[in-house]
Write a protein that binds this ligand. Structure first.
Ligand code: CP
Ligand code: NVA
Length: 307
């Protein structure tokens, strides 16, 4: 079936991402003016959560309502998904009853199999490997404040997880650089990250070297959902990878601090940094709403609604 999905960041061309950013600005402006905008009237989004969420659920559910449509929440606990119904069967059934599906799950393979059997577009709301909606919001936040991200440098400090992998894919597509610093044993795996090359990314042993000249300094929890069994060990391994004020001083003077949230103050970031003047974390969170509304509109109506 030839349906457009958003399962990882590089499922889209650069021009499609740019369309979404332009549309996000228009949609955000309308939202701020309380202007009714219902291009998805009578459309239904099904949201499947196999992991916890605050921002992703809220932004997709309220976003769909604000576009004139409706959203249905399903989770593993109280649907047949948690009782072993094959993903392929679930996809066949669910996609006959709605117009678009968003899934938060474990392995990327699960969402890929769902999409192969779906009659409607599928959006990745986070897997172990990727978090493409988050990076749409983060780059939109940068563009709003500083303009194009092309040629800029993002320093990723900590775990090379789903959010890191997605920054790396975005860097290849939009031509910016990512400096990654992780403890030994937690380095980026290019194949798992879905990278085509290594032109846009460099690994550093010392996080202080990674942040030099950075326009964005960003990090995430040391233990992502699904990796809880490793938490004790990770607390020890990541102790020197905390983003603090000394680290921010090494980055560019006007560098932004980003974090997808939820955050653990005193672990991956100090309270001074995340609550400080360089932090844009609340804008990133809000922008999830606006970029995902543009994404939903793009997947359901294409570019027909104009710029
Ligand atoms: N950043 C993010 O995806 O947050 P939630 O886990 O709350 O959805
Ligand atoms: N890397 C984190 C992101 C949460 C939004 C996780 O996967 O748990």
């Amino acid at each position: 079936m030839n349906i457009k999905h958003f399962l990882q960041f590089n499922d889209f061309e650069k021009s499609e991402i740019e369309w979404i950013f332009n549309k996000s600005k228009i949609i955000k402006d309308k939202f701020k003016r309380y202007e009714k905008y219902w291009p998805l009237e009578d459309r239904t989004l099904v949201m499947i959560f196999e992991k916890a969420s605050t921002r992703t659920r809220l932004s997709f559910e309220s976003g769909m309502h604000q576009l004139g449509g409706s959203a249905i929440y399903l989770n593993t606990r109280d649907s047949q998904l948690g009782r072993g119904e094959p993903v392929e069967d679930a996809a066949q059934v669910i996609s006959r009853m709605c117009d678009v599906v968003m899934i938060r799950t474990f392995e990327q393979d699960i969402i890929d199999r769902f999409a192969k059997n779906s009659r409607v577009p599928v959006i990745n709301g986070l897997t172990n490997e990727y978090h493409p909606c988050q990076i749409l919001a983060d780059i939109f936040t940068f563009i709003e404040k500083r303009g194009s991200i092309q040629g800029k440098t993002v320093a990723w400090i900590g775990d090379s997880n789903n959010v890191c992998n997605t920054w790396l894919q975005a860097a290849e597509l939009l031509d910016f650089n990512v400096h990654v610093s992780t403890p030994k044993g937690y380095e980026v795996e290019a194949e798992r990250a879905g990278l085509y090359g290594d032109d846009n990314f460099e690994q550093f042993d010392d996080p202080m070297d990674a942040v030099k000249g950075a326009d964005i300094v960003t990090t995430d929890v040391w233990t992502s959902m699904g990796f809880e069994a490793e938490q004790k060990e990770r607390l020890k391994d990541f102790a020197d990878w905390q983003v603090d004020e000394d680290m921010m001083k090494v980055a560019n003077k006007d560098a932004m601090f980003m974090h997808c949230l939820p955050a653990h103050r005193g672990e991956e970031v100090t309270a001074e940094v995340i609550d400080g003047p360089q932090s844009v974390v609340w804008d990133e969170a809000e922008n999830r709403l606006h970029v995902q509304k543009a994404l939903l509109e793009y997947l359901l109506l294409g570019e027909q609604n104009g710029k």
